[in-house]
Design a protein around this ligand. Structure first.
Ligand code: NAP
Length: 251
């Protein structure tokens, strides 16, 4: 690590960083000189690949399996980051799942599950990482919401509610933590090409493409660049905002 020490900017936790958008954010932050804790739910080999990609950027990185909706697991995750890095400068709440269905067919269990993983998870992470950031009197929190959290989407009552809830959580975090120099912002991606969207039928994808003014799906890296900006000093005066990365879908 010695030859790279000069470029170290700080330390970051990225939840759900094994794959997709979370991985792209982890690698982008590593490129900006952050040590990275790669959180994941169950896919250890994907998480280790992300760790290797981050390490290739010359920073320290390691993976921890922790379900962000499990309070004890979150406390353990934060402890691991502090033991390894000594501080946490950036928290990216990216972990998320879908359980799509029209409302009349959606079970209450699937509603609760998505709220639990997507919203309770971000709350717990913000609470326990926020405590450290308050002591440090600095920090950046970026929540990965969705265009669906702003506009709604048929078949995604649970997901849309969780992502709208994340926006409320973001704005409240911004207000509660501002006096200690901590910012909290949300990104609302549109349709991004990842495992989450690969499973959608071609017909649905084609219909979605027609709703995107830029007429192309986004890449995980598009979201990662926005997250790295919001985590940087260049965004020091921006808090409580929702940044669309959606090819114009949110216009
Ligand atoms: P993805 O490819 O399905 O990856 C999701 C990641 O989250 C995986 O690494 C998974 O871990 C992790 N994860 C899931 N539940 C978790 C939990 N309870 N605790 C910890 N980690 C958990 O998804 P993605 O498309 O990259 O999406 C990332 C985020 O962006 C999500 O919040 C999603 O809602 C949001 N988003 C995505 C899109 C899109 O079009 N793709 C659009 C708007 C918003 P494992 O690898 O271990 O399974």
């Amino acid at each position: 690590m010695s030859e790279t020490t000069e470029k170290i900017t700080g330390a970051a936790i990225v939840t759900g960083a094994g794959r997709g958008i979370g991985r792209a954010i982890a690698v982008e932050l590593a490129r900006h000189g952050y040590h990275i804790l790669v959180d994941y739910a169950g896919n250890a080999s994907a998480a280790e690949e992300t760790v290797a990609l981050c390490q290739a950027e010359g920073v320290d990185a390691f993976a921890v399996q922790a379900d962000v909706s499990d309070e004890d697991a979150v406390k353990g995750l934060v402890k691991s980051a502090l033991e390894r890095f000594g501080r946490i400068d950036v928290l990216i709440n990216n972990a998320g799942i879908t359980r799509d269905n029209l409302m009349l067919r959606m079970s209450a269990e699937d509603f609760d599950l998505v709220i639990e993983k997507n919203l309770r998870g971000a709350f717990l992470m913000t609470k326990y990482v926020g405590k450290e950031m308050l002591h440090q009197r600095s920090g950046r929190i970026v929540n990965i919401s969705s265009v669906v959290g702003v506009h709604g989407n048929a078949g995604q009552a649970n997901y849309a509610a969780s992502k709208a809830g994340l926006i409320g959580l973001t704005k409240t975090t911004a207000l509660e933590y501002a006096s200690r120099g901590i910012t909290a912002n949300a990104i609302a991606p549109g349709f991004i090409d990842t495992d989450m969207t690969k499973v959608l039928p071609e017909k649905v994808k084609e219909a979605m493409l027609q709703q995107i003014p830029l007429r192309q799906f986004g890449r995980p890296e598009d979201v990662a660049k926005a997250a790295a900006f919001l985590a940087s000093d260049d965004a020091r005066y921006i808090t409580g905002q929702v940044l669309g990365v959606d090819g114009g879908m949110g216009c």
